[in-house]
Design a protein around this ligand. Structure first.
Ligand code: PGA
Length: 249
């Protein structure tokens, strides 16, 4: 049985004090919880103060992005080593907003995943199709390409440290969630693909989480699906009560 994995992606929201306050509330509410993994991904500026707040908490910290190089002249970028230094355990990589708004390619994401793993960060690797791709029956082709390229030359031993987030782009921030069946179908496909590429055990153990307009109403149905192991939550994670209800699905 894979532990449910519920992650908040705060995107470009919340100040340092708002992030720290939320982390404090979350730690108090879920201090004794060990049957699910809870992750929050604040903005870069809030990472270190939130990590300080989470020191004795079961809640884990994630960044939303990083650069693939270890250091260098890359104005405005943040490295994997800096994220570890700030107290991160996870990093979201290949989010569709990074792909579509900032031009990230599968090959860039592959480099980022390798660097993250090298530094001991666990990647939350995002994939998913656009509405046009779904309408023209290309969903599985897109998923296949994103996984093949994104996980190119990753060692089987490292696959367990990766969380795959299936986030259909048409469902992100739109209020349109994939139906439980649509999400389950994609998750099953991803699990089979991981088993083919990295072995049966890797396929059985990998955490595959769903993202795209998850909220307190739809989380229960999604989590009932056998191949859905958790959620990456954007909008509905910004409010404490809403996120707490999602964690308690
Ligand atoms: P949403 O965002 O829950 O607001 O749709 C999810 C995500 O982008 O990770």
């Amino acid at each position: 049985m894979i532990k449910p994995f519920i992650a908040a992606n705060w995107k470009m929201h919340k100040t340092v004090s708002e992030s720290v306050y939320f982390a404090k509330q979350l730690s108090a509410e879920f201090a004794e919880v060990n049957d699910r993994d809870i992750i929050i991904a604040p903005s870069y500026t809030a990472l270190y103060p939130v990590a300080e707040e989470l020191k004795k908490s079961p809640v884990h910290l994630s960044a939303q992005n990083m650069h693939w190089d270890e250091k260098g002249a890359f104005t405005g970028e943040v490295s994997a080593g800096m994220l570890v230094d700030a107290g991160c355990h996870y990093v979201i990589l290949g989010h569709s907003e990074r792909r579509t708004l900032f031009g990230e390619k599968n090959s860039d994401i592959n480099k980022k995943i390798k660097t993250a793993l090298k530094f001991g960060l666990k990647p939350i690797f995002c994939i998913g199709e656009t509405l046009g791709e779904r309408s023209s029956q290309k969903t599985f082709d897109v998923i296949r390409r994103q996984i093949r390229k994104g996980l190119n030359n990753i060692l089987s031993d490292d696959i367990r440290r990766i969380v795959i987030a299936y986030e259909p782009i048409w469902a992100i921030g739109t209020g349109k969630t994939a139906t439980d069946e649509q999400a389950e179908e994609a998750h099953r496909y991803i699990r089979e693909m991981i088993a083919d590429l990295f072995g049966e055990n890797a396929g059985a153990d990998i955490r595959i989480i769903y993202g795209g307009s998850v909220n307190q109403e739809n989380i229960g149905g999604l989590m009932n699906q056998p191949n859905i192991n958790g959620a990456l939550v954007g909008g509905a994670s910004l409010d404490f009560e809403s996120f707490a209800n999602i964690i308690n699905f």
